[in-house]
Design a protein. Structure first.
Length: 202
């Protein structure tokens, strides 16, 4: 009996789209959203303008999906910690440090985030998407902090204030890194922030 192989159309299309997002991210990071045209992006990707528009309706939609694909890494990191039955204080520290270093080791991510914030001033759609991602990350952080307090991993803190302060501190460190390009300095400063935000439950 002959076995008819499954057609991998959906998977192929998804992989192709992911590849386009990854390559386009470098273009947006290098030139910024305003300086790029759809034709220029298509040319750099060795794809027709029509082919690019088949995947993404507009440059703005392409930009939003690129930024979301990179910004979502912090959300996923928090979700992974929430899914663990028992997370230790050391694991919390290690995961947050790893998240920061992941950004520091990938200049594309940092440049995209900075450009994302800049474009949020000009576009209502981009502004809305940025707020959506920020709120999603903040809510997850608040849930995580409450979980850590309940499980007696950290000393009690104000979950809302701590979540917001942590996000603001991380953003400030990323901006500082773009100016100084000193990874050790930024990581050391994060250690200071972490010690202020979280105390291990004795």
């Amino acid at each position: 009996m002959d076995i008819i192989p499954e057609k991998p159309k959906k998977l192929t299309s998804r992989n192709r789209k992911s590849e386009l997002l990854r390559k386009t991210a470098k273009i947006f990071a290098e030139k910024g959203y305003q300086a790029c045209t759809v034709q220029e992006i298509a040319l750099a990707l060795s794809i027709s303008k029509g082919g690019l528009c088949w995947h993404f309706k507009s440059k703005e939609e392409l930009y939003l999906q690129v930024c979301e694909s990179y910004c979502i890494s912090s959300v996923e990191a928090i979700q992974l910690m929430l899914e663990k039955d028992d997370i230790t204080f050391e694991e919390l520290h290690g995961q947050l440090t790893m998240l920061l270093e992941g950004y520091l080791d990938d200049p594309v991510q940092i440049d995209l985030i900075i450009d994302f914030y800049a474009e949020a001033k000009r576009s209502k759609l981009i502004h809305t998407k940025l707020l959506e991602l920020l709120n999603q990350r903040e809510k997850l952080l608040i849930i995580l902090i409450k979980k850590l307090i309940f499980e007696r991993v950290i000393e009690p803190v104000d979950p809302i204030w701590t979540a917001r302060a942590l996000v603001s501190s991380l953003m400030g460190l990323l901006l500082k890194f773009t100016l100084l390009q000193d990874k050790k300095l930024v990581v050391d400063e994060f250690e200071v922030f972490f010690a202020k935000f979280f105390q291990k439950k004795i």
